[in-house]
Design a protein around this ligand. Structure first.
Ligand code: BGC
Length: 375
């Protein structure tokens, strides 16, 4: 009898315990991350999307990943669906930040924080920002042109240059352009660099949606109008790889001069790395988006844990790459600073491609000898 009583007590204790455990387990419902990327038509966002998705899932989160075909109303819909789906946090690379205002307000209303990913969203719902040093990307491109043409020792030489910038709807595009122009403008002013087409200001050189075909057609027009008479073209500043691809193609097909035009880029898209190997593009500014995803994951974990967000996120990490905390530069509205985590871009040319891209594990060498992105 006594044994049965003991058993009954023990069972009751187990049941009481398990009834305690059930609500606790329910509280630990898997948290859901909404990842909104702009488009699959530009190479890097495919990589960003898959790195983010894989890393969040590996860390035990549910994810919703969307690409919005470079259509901002589609991106609004995608984000609204994520909110309806009950995401705990949003990671958004905006197509056109201005068009996201209403849906950002909706996120705020339901208390879902937003991380601006790569491109800052100017709305206070954007709680944090992760990106690469934007102006530095442009400065690296400008400095590459200055150094390669040895403009500081140009003497009486005049070098001809053209400029292609990014999408006016993308908050990043003017930063890249201004970063490069801060370096190049003094040489334009002193006459060492000559923009033969006269197309210099951002609006004249911008490329809607960073589209390769648009960049190609504008380059063809410039070459036909200003260089068909044999005028030498020395450099073409391109803000990124998708535009550089179009410019390189135009130079190949529509420029009669020798093929030593310096062309800059950004991202390390596979087609552009092939062009660098083939001597059709000079350099690219590489941004390891796998690391951008690593920083975003740590940041999201900290936000969801309710941790204080500051430089300690970096200090306590085991990251083997550079990242800076910036609590001054970027504002989501006047006077409202968006705490930011800023990664460092690197220059890639044919000379350091193996070391920077293959030895680091970001790319492998394909059967045809060209580089293939990992991930
Ligand atoms: C990104 C670049 C990219 C461009 C087009 C920018 O916002 O920072 O890395 O080349 O968008 O996709």
């Amino acid at each position: 009898m006594m044994r049965f009583k003991k058993l009954a007590v023990a069972m009751a204790a187990v049941m009481a315990l398990s009834s305690l455990v059930i609500p606790a387990a329910a509280e630990e419902e898997t948290q859901k991350i909404g990842i909104s990327m702009p488009t699959q038509s530009l190479e890097r966002w495919n990589r960003d999307g898959s790195y983010l998705d894989e890393q969040f899932q590996a860390a035990g989160y549910d994810t919703i990943l969307t690409f919005s075909d470079n259509d901002s109303s589609q991106q609004v819909n995608d984000i609204q669906n994520m909110l309806a789906d009950g995401v705990d946090i949003l990671v958004v690379a905006a197509i056109d930040a201005d068009s996201l205002n209403t849906v950002m307000d909706e996120a705020s209303e339901v208390g879902v924080p937003v991380i601006s990913y790569d491109r800052l969203i100017s709305n206070d719902a954007s709680a944090y920002y992760v990106t690469f040093a934007l102006a530095t990307v442009g400065a690296i491109q400008g400095q590459y042109i200055v150094d390669t043409l040895d403009l500081d020792n140009a003497g009486d030489n005049v070098y001809n240059i053209e400029i292609t910038a990014g999408d006016p709807a993308d908050n990043n595009a003017p930063y890249y352009y201004n970063g490069a122009m801060d370096i190049l403008q003094p040489y334009i002013d002193s006459g060492v660099l000559n923009v033969v087409s006269g197309q210099i200001d951002f609006d004249s050189v911008a490329t809607d949606q960073w589209n390769t075909q648009t960049a190609l057609e504008r380059a063809q027009n410039i070459l036909a109008s200003y260089y068909a008479d044999g005028t030498q073209l020395d450099a073409w500043l391109c803000s990124n790889d998708s535009t550089a691809l179009g410019v390189a193609q135009a130079i190949e097909s529509d420029y009669a001069g020798d093929n030593t035009v310096i062309i800059t880029g950004q991202d390390g898209d596979e087609a552009n790395l092939a062009n660098i190997m083939d001597g059709k593009q000079s350099m690219t500014v590489y941004k390891a988006v796998a690391n951008e995803a690593v920083v975003t994951l740590s940041l999201v974990e900290a936000v969801l844990n309710g941790d204080t967000i500051d430089e300690t996120l970096i200090e306590n990490s085991d990251w083997d790459f550079e990242c800076a905390y910036d609590n001054e530069t970027y504002e989501t509205s006047e006077g409202v600073v968006c705490p930011s985590f800023i990664l460092t871009p690197t220059t890639v040319t044919i000379d350091n491609m193996q070391e920077e891209l293959v030895d680091t594990g970001y790319y492998t060498v394909g059967d045809d000898g060209y580089l293939v992105a990992v991930g």
